[in-house]
Design a protein. Structure first.
Length: 438
């Protein structure tokens, strides 16, 4: 357990530059000799890998919609030994869903309140000056219970622009913790799910060093550290239990979206996690009890996966006697075929009948709540699960028995029910956790 002080880096909306601030701050504080624990508020499965690269310590998601009190406590306790916690918000500070989940609505403000972390609001001041203070003041006043450390001005055009923006903040009674000049070279590469993965960045270390230098030159790090507060985790709770003792986990550029708290829970309970790379045409360990294919970007590597015969043969052999599970991209790889954006059909492993296509992109995004109709590795029929779905693929064929009854955050049914055939299961949602008992 820990009572490490912390801060929530948030913003009025997406696209304001909070990830740049987050990565630069993590590295700058670590370079100052602090043990820094990063967190991500919400279900994002790309950002934690960037956090880890910046802080040299695993980052974890905190999600009040998907997670109950016990799991939130257990994840917060991963900060043990850290001297400061820095969390990155998702979307805007108060953005969440309309229907309450296990312990809240999924907003970054809820996470900050629960943990006692003051908010550092990153405000994009491009196209305005003193008016930015009205926006920031509204965010501070919207929930007076929320601690508010101050603001970082981003995309400042000139010294005059900075003076005017600072004047507005001063008149509103808001502390300015830094002002970042506009620099187009500080953006991270993106693709259709947002940022590219950390493992794909051509020179991630150099980029993070650049962010840290930029933050150090334009932000008052001492003032930011002085604003850190925290409640620490509550009592009780545990990370998810492993679904098997020896788990072969696909890990490469095509399959990397495994939530850190799940894998940490498996390790903590004594399970052996055996990574392998389908892209390198590696078969899963022959003595594995379970093969788990997480999500990722199989559509970008469909040709290579179609030709990965050793991987496919090993997976088929395993599935004859032991379970295989795939999530999103892993689910698609377990199917019969994947059609890429150019309309080319690539044969997949064929353990399920699923056929998916990226030729006509359609966004599928949001929380998912599922009730299992049959066994999924680690979970019995009837168990209620919470997860998140984010992809652009379209189902052309889904002939196998449904794995679960699936709905969105408001309880509306969705067509992506997952599939099961023999020892093989798959879902389009990324598992976050099972529901805790009321």
């Amino acid at each position: 357990m820990t009572d490490s002080p912390g801060l929530m880096i948030s913003a009025p909306s997406s696209g304001t530059g909070k990830t740049t601030v987050m990565l630069g701050l993590l590295r700058a504080l670590a370079d100052d000799g602090l043990r820094v624990q990063a967190f991500k508020s919400g279900p994002d499965y790309i950002d934690p890998a960037f956090h880890r690269a910046a802080s040299a310590r695993a980052s974890f998601n905190l999600d009040t919609w998907a997670m109950g009190d016990g799991l939130l406590n257990a994840i917060a306790a991963q900060a043990a030994g850290a001297e400061i916690c820095i969390a990155e918000g998702s979307m805007g500070l108060y953005d969440g869903v309309a229907t309450r989940g296990q312990s809240g609505f999924g907003s970054s403000a809820e996470t900050a309140l629960r943990m006692g972390w003051p908010v550092v609001l990153v405000v994009d001041v491009s196209g305005q000056a003193q008016s930015a203070a009205a926006v920031a003041l509204g965010f501070k006043m919207y929930n007076p219970e929320l601690l508010f450390a101050g603001v970082i001005l981003n995309r400042v055009a000139s010294p005059r622009h900075e003076r005017l923006a600072r004047l507005g903040m001063e008149q509103a009674g808001l502390t300015v913790l830094g002002a970042l000049p506009r620099r187009g070279d500080l953006t991270l590469p993106e693709r259709h799910l947002g940022l590219i993965q950390a493992v794909e960045h051509p020179d991630l270390e150099a980029a993070i060093v650049g962010y840290a230098d930029f933050l150090r030159a334009h932000v008052d790090l001492d003032a930011i550290k002085a604003e850190a507060r925290g409640n620490g985790p509550g009592p009780g709770g545990a990370l998810p239990q492993p679904p098997a003792q020896r788990i072969a986990l696909a890990q490469d550029a095509a399959f990397s979206f495994a939530y850190p708290h799940l894998v940490e829970g498996w390790h903590a309970a004594g399970a052996e996690v055996l990574p392998f790379s389908p892209l390198a045409d590696e078969a899963p360990a022959k003595d594995a009890d379970l093969v788990w294919l997480p999500g990722g970007y199989p559509e970008l590597y469909a040709g290579r996966l179609a030709g990965a015969q050793t991987f496919a043969d090993g997976l088929r052999s395993h599935a004859q006697t032991r379970p295989v599970h795939g999530e999103c991209g892993g689910y698609m790889a377990l199917g019969t075929a994947l059609i890429d954006k150019d309309g080319t059909r690539h044969p997949m492993v064929g353990l399920l009948g699923l056929v998916t296509s990226y030729e006509k992109r359609k966004l599928h995004l949001g929380y998912r709540q599922a009730q299992l109709q049959t066994t999924m590795p680690g979970y019995a029929p009837g168990r209620r699960l919470r997860g998140h779905e984010f992809h652009y693929s379209t189902i052309l064929e889904q002939p196998d028995a449904p794995l679960a009854t699936v709905a969105d955050a408001d309880g509306n049914p969705v067509a992506e029910t997952g599939s099961c055939r023999g020892q093989v299961t798959g879902t389009f949602f990324h598992l976050i956790t099972a529901e805790e008992a009321a």
